[in-house]
Design a protein around this ligand. Sequence first.
Ligand SMILES: NC(=O)c1ccc[n+]([C@@H]2O[C@H](COP(=O)([O-])OP(=O)(O)OC[C@H]3O[C@@H](n4cnc5c(N)ncnc54)[C@H](O)[C@@H]3O)[C@@H](O)[C@H]2O)c1
Length: 886
Amino acid sequence: MDTYKLFIDGEFVEAQSGETFESVDPGTGAVVARVARAGTGDTEAAIASARRAFDHGEWSGLTPQARARKCYDFADQIAAQGLRLAVMESMDSGQIIGLSKFWGMLASGTLRNLGYYAATKFPWEEEIPFSGNVFAPAREYIRREPIGVCVGIIPWNFPISMASWKIAHAIVMGNTIVLKPASVTPLTALIMAEAAQAAGIPPGVINVLTGPGAELGKTLCTHPDVDKIAFTGSTAVGAQIMRMASDTVKKVTLELGGKSANIILDDADPDLAVEGAIFGTFFHQGQVCESGTRVLVAGKIYDDFVERMRKRAEELQVGYQLLPGTHQGPLVSADQLATVEGYVRLGIDEGADLVTGGTRLQPPGFEGGFYYAPTIFANVRNDMRIAQEEIFGPVVCVERFDSDEEAVTIANDSMYGLAGGVFSNNNARAERIARQVRTGTVWINNFHIFGDFAPFGGYKQSGVGRELGGVGLAEYTQVKRIHMNIAASRRANFTMNIFSDNPRVDSLQYRAPTNVLAGHGTLAGLPQAVVSLGCRRAMILTDAGVRKAGLTRLVQNALCDFYVGAFDDIPADSDLATVDTATARARELGADCIVSVGGGSVIDTAKAVCVTLKNGGEANDHIALMRLTEPQTPHIAIPTTAGTGSEVTNVAVIHNTKLDRKVYIVDANIIPNVAILDPRMTMTLPARLTAATGMDAITHAVEALTSTLAQTVCDGQALHALRLMKEFLPRAVTNGEDEQARIQVSVAACMAGWAFSTAQVGLAHSMAHTIGTLHHAHHGTACGIVLPKVMRFNAVHAADKLAMAAQALGVDTTDMTDHDAALAAADAVEALMREIKHPMTLRELGVPEDALEADALHALGDTATLFNARPVNDPAEVLELFRQAF
Ligand SMILES: NC(=O)c1ccc[n+]([C@@H]2O[C@H](COP(=O)([O-])OP(=O)(O)OC[C@H]3O[C@@H](n4cnc5c(N)ncnc54)[C@H](O)[C@@H]3O)[C@@H](O)[C@H]2O)c1
């Protein structure tokens, strides 16, 4: 008789105690082998060896490809042992030879397939293609790393298969493993260990311990050096394992019991369904966790179906597992036989009809084996214990249902949720049921089929986690996020600056992809712009005022045949509903390009339309900061006002009427592709709006200059924008037809847009957003009124920058301190406002004085405050500024 030893640290060794135990052939009751009986000392040695091997990195440090190659060698060694594995599996577990003959091939296939998946498809590293954090640009990625020392505890029904799953998952993912087979079926896991040794899997990577489950399990599940436990077995033991593992917070995956429903619809192919019900239950004597042991049969076909099942069950050959004609071998042990007998008695007592079986069998010559006849109970109610408890033997309960809904209700009336089947000739009907059954696997017109790439596991008390496929492999890894800041500098760190009173960020990142065409007649370039974007169907977005000024017609004519239609119902400070309506129109027209013609309200709407058009759904789905990962629907912006700069910026400001707030899409991917600044498009803008939108641009320039994210490129743009505005805005206001002034103002607005798109804006914008949203004032007008007040508020924190602004605005700062120059800059802005006849107070806009307190709180909640030169934390300070502006 063969003697098998423990496999620890690459060697086959006796148990430290020298003890052994017997493994018995359940078909004869004869002893087939003696096996070393591991104890606590052996378990600790195995764990130590697995720990050493993992920490040393000889296996965990290999690339997945190198590990896979080793696993292919291991797989070959298993395949080479195929016949021995088959015979020993049958003799040890009672599996029929017709099944066990496949295991060498299947186990080696699992190793090869999972190894290959890990080497070629598993997402070990994944870049997160957006920063995810607007304040902390970084490379963000996920790394998946092995967990460490895994313990695999497996049952006696499919020893080779279970061993191959546990070993393969663990080792292809770079872990090491201590495997404990069931004490009644210890042999084939040890033969697999021989294959591992022959293949040169490094010592300690795989360890196999045989012995009493309760004793070894305690050490395995509580030892601090064990990182993960994967258990397959009963729900009761699974719960115990979870409890034991909880003290050291091990990762646990559990494949537990089941009482799966196999639903036979009235339109099922009768022969297939009967075979499915028989195979689904009596395969491997019903000792299978996913067995369809509750056969639910439609009332219409019930009696006939039960009769057919009886016939097929009685045809099954029960006998010794190594005989070629045997369909059903013995149960695994005398204990299991006793359990099954107990449940059959219980079923009779509960009032179920015993249709066939219900007895032990003694095939001639094999009287010592644990054989039981295939047993069918009919007229079973789902609340009977035989329908609720897992029997783990050749016993099936046939229940009746009268509608598909009732079938689902019965199927789900179980503490288990492992698997199930639906038999029907109508795929759609079967699939509807499959989707409602709360289990980890549903087979349609089949049963018991596994695939290395198809995950397996349970809902409810049938388990935790999954095995097989990418999902199963992921259970054997830890997820690590790595954040790699783009600037290794204290001064470039926005977030840490929260501890600073002067939170300027000192770093430079600049992206301005818009192709700008500026100058008289540039509108003629529109068709070329459309073509250069690969488009043919341009839709114009505009508003009624712009249309009335005749500008839409100019653009339509410039577009020639590329024009497919227009949408002009965009209100000032446009809202989400408008974006949705405009998007619907664009979808109707099949537009592949948006041409926005108007002020900030139109261009921002167009940006949101481009995002919604590209990604589907509605506008509110896409309100987000830096979430997009690719270019949006192409967008050509033709600004018709003098100031927003939206034609080059990365922000769309949209009114959320439910929140009464402006909400934003901020993303480099929404920057318009082309901007056309043709003075003809702004020459019709009335003086009042020229002044107001000009003040918006001036506010952009000043706030970009003083923001905590200000940087040199943007400083240059902001300062030149101020110079141009100072010189040309009054001219454009006085004489709208002054083409040179119009061009310079448009370019200045564009530069201010570039500046703030990178450097952000500050408190003046927060306050203007509030006034715009709550009091419906024009954005640029509100910006202008509050800007000088905010400049004085920031005079200490941004003295140097505001001093530069003063010079750009024509102030002679010689002999002035920066602080005085900063204050002079605010005065210069006010002087310019007076020159262009811009409103000077909120009162003039109709803002009620008693609203100011609420306004202050509202403004404090606006994102732009985050970038203000001086920290904005005190509502009283903001209120004071509102009062000054009032
Ligand atoms: N995304 C950004 O970068 C950005 C920057 C600043 C402001 N904004 C947003 O822009 C909006 C304000 O935009 P705006 O100031 O351009 O105003 P607007 O788009 O609301 O237009 C104001 C009015 O001017 C009319 N008009 C526009 N051009 C005209 C012309 N050439 N001739 C005659 N009438 C004309 C319009 O019909 C409209 O009635 C606000 O919602 C603001 O939040 C966005």
